[in-house]
Design a protein around this ligand. Sequence first.
Ligand code: C5P
Length: 218
Amino acid sequence: MSSLVVAVDGTSGSGKSSTCRAVAERLGLRYLDTGAMYRAVAWWMLQHDVNIYEVDEVAAHAATPRLESGTDPRNPTITLDGTDVSVEIRSDAVNAAVSPVSAVPAVRARLVELQRAAIGDGGIVVEGRDIGSVVWPQAQLKVYLTADPAARAARRALEAGSADVAATQESLLSRDRIDSSRAVSPLTMADGAVHIDTTDLSLAEVVDLVVGLATAPA
Ligand code: C5P
């Protein structure tokens, strides 16, 4: 079995999920969406009336939700206390809550531990914000994906069936601001990462680039 770990970080809406799933399928690897884990915790906090702007309150509950991530790239799932919440975690309410919740160090500590356990012996494509810098700095390939805000918002609005591209762009940029400025493991390009700007590239082109990097002789 492959021990390859491909770490893919980048800004919100830069095409990480579609790229990672396709790369994992092409290479016969597992897939881990760490953003879904942070989203699930944020959703749990909202469901349990936790004040997400109170760091101590969020930290006190950081270890409570029981999370499981399915790693099949054709059908990635995320369950919370045994219930699949893949749809719920994509709501506007979670979009707004996830960055404040994921800035809390106790939340990050717990999820990084779960992510490292899921990576295990490798054979996986992992997407997030801090995979190449914090979760798995020893990854054989690190990729950093970005795209122009307008392109990201247009893609995301299309996926979500929303006509409000301006609101989508503001939501993405707001998450980027919080993710890049937080004290613990901020969004940043990891040492040794390959930067790919996806603004003018199709999904197939980005996937080909990443598969090429992953299969190139060292
Ligand atoms: O990848 P996605 O956009 O679903 O991630 C949602 C949010 O989860 C990000 O905006 C960020 O706040 C948080 N996140 C994180 N670290 C990761 C993955 C996601 O802080 N490794």
